[in-house]
Design a protein around this ligand. Structure first.
Ligand code: UDP
Length: 468
């Protein structure tokens, strides 16, 4: 079949590798197993060489179209990520409409699938009679939060951190207000209104694909099914993670890991944008050293005010020796490897020397850790990461969590304690067993008869029927 005759899906993702990566995996599965071709609509704003290189290496039936540049000069430089993304998506409406009209003429357009920030664009597809679904690249618990939060908004007036009782989402652990997704923590902010709008927009999807699987979230996934009449149909299609084979490894992480004993190295990374304060960077450095365990640490230039400082710009050019404690790198060169800004994460997690992952609990990182049977230290920073951490520690039981001081800093002694706890303590042992069970469950969810494979097949068939 010629590419132009294949049913075609249009994806729209927010800038940022964390958004792009699971979409690429979904698109690849649809191309390889279900006979689709696809276009990625991508923003010219914030596009990075890492992102364009990544898009260029996808399956030949997946192409990229750049949307015209959107002026954002009126948005303050230090505006919140959600405000920037909300504005970017809203201003792109006419461009997305043009792109869909043109693709509709040129391809057998079967569906438009934006990420969660694109929920406001669903009406554009509806207007053009294009089936419109969301790919929700977080978990079921966060999706339930999206559905239930708008009513909490109307029945409460206080800031959520002051709620006297935790929020009870069906099928989930009680959720204290302080662990809500971080963009709703200030009710008066623009970010709050954008978030609420994004959440409400989800009800206009014809279906929502979620990057999770039943065994990882039994209670939450059942709750989504039980209340299905209240929202669009939900399809659990995860865990969609990369194979990692094509990851570049310029700094030789794998070669270094090859020389370490099995299961001995703690991988430390805060995703594509996570950034620590200067004080926290220093405490983490001394703590890792004091733990006596081996580590592979992806370091970023500290930032005292913004925990997602490098989100749009992961290429931080700084030399880590400028901000790590004096002679830290040298002192630890036998036991520790320090990599500035970016590491081939999937290659690292799949390496036999890796025995633990200190992570910001971004959902892709979480799934990649589960997918390779690596237990975690939960170190949430922003976005929905505190909710993920709660679920991983108290729900799935595959992570341990350090105790922070009142000002949020985790001191060196606590870092050392939690690293030892994970790498050779009792709780680490339990977490390691559980994560291996989940690893197996994830593999079987995606196997030919597995529920996630069947769910994606069901959606794919609906899309095909719609264009015939
Ligand atoms: N990633 C990577 N190397 C790095 C940092 C991140 O390959 O040094 C990848 C990681 O494997 C994951 C994605 O970038 O697939 C980050 O997504 P996640 O949802 O964990 O966090 P986010 O970056 O969105 O906060």
């Amino acid at each position: 079949t010629k590419v132009t005759e294949l049913p075609h899906i249009v994806f729209l993702t927010s800038p940022g590798m964390g958004h792009l990566i699971p979409f690429a995996e979904l698109a690849t599965r649809l191309a390889c197993h279900h006979g689709f071709s696809a276009t990625f609509l991508t923003f010219t704003n914030f596009s990075s060489p890492r992102q364009s290189n990544f898009l260029a290496t996808l399956h030949p039936n997946i192409s990229t179209v750049y949307l015209p540049f959107i002026p954002l000069d009126d948005i303050p430089n230090n505006a919140h990520l959600v405000t920037i993304l909300g504005t970017l998506f809203t201003r792109s409406v006419p461009h997305v409409r043009d792109a869909l009209v043109s693709l509709k003429q040129r391809t057998r357009l079967a569906a438009f699938v934006p990420d969660l920030f694109g929920s406001n664009l669903l009406p554009v597809a509806k207007e053009l009679s294009v089936p419109h679904y969301i790919f929700f690249s977080c978990n079921c618990m966060v999706l339930l939060f999206f559905f239930h939060f708008p009513s909490l908004h109307t029945t409460t007036t206080c800031e959520y951190r002051d709620l006297p009782e935790p929020f009870h989402l069906p099928g989930c652990l009680p959720l204290p207000g302080k662990d809500f997704i971080e963009p709703v923590m200030d009710r008066k902010s623009d970010t709050y209104s954008w978030t609420l709008q994004v959440m409400r927009g989800h009800t206009s999807a014809q279906g929502i694909l979620v990057n999770s699987f039943e065994t990882l979230e039994p209670g939450a996934s059942k709750a989504l099914q039980n209340e299905e009449e209240k929202h669009p149909p939900i399809y659990l299609v995860g865990p969609l993670i990369r194979s990692g084979l094509d990851e570049a490894d310029e700094l030789g992480c794998v070669e270094w890991l090859d020389q370490q004993p099995n299961c001995s190295v703690l991988f430390v990374s805060f995703g594509s944008g996570g950034t620590l304060s200067m004080k926290q960077t220093t405490e983490l450095a001394f703590g890792l050293e004091a733990s006596g365990h081996r580590f592979l640490w992806v370091v970023r230039c500290p930032n005292d005010s913004d925990k997602s400082a490098t989100y749009f710009n992961v290429e931080s050019p700084d030399d880590p020796q400028n901000y790590l404690p004096e002679s830290f790198v040298n002192r630890n060169k036998n036991k520790g490897m320090v990599v500035p800004s970016w590491a081939p994460q999937v290659k690292v997690l799949s390496h036999k020397a890796t025995g633990g992952f200190l992570s910001h609990c971004g959902w892709n990182s979480t799934l990649e850790s589960v997918g390779h049977g690596v237990p975690l230290i939960a170190w949430p920073l922003y976005a929905e990461q505190r909710m993920n951490a709660l679920m991983l520690v108290d729900g799935a039981g595959i992570a341990v969590r350090p105790v922070a001081l009142e000002d949020g800093v985790v001191e060196r002694g606590e870092v050392a304690r939690i690293v030892c706890e994970l790498m050779d303590g009792e709780r680490g042992k339990v977490a390691r067993c559980k994560v291996k069970e989940l690893q197996e469950a994830g593999i079987s969810a995606l196997s030919p008869e597995g529920p996630s494979h069947l769910a994606l097949t069901k959606v794919a068939n609906q899309w095909k029927v719609a264009i015939n």
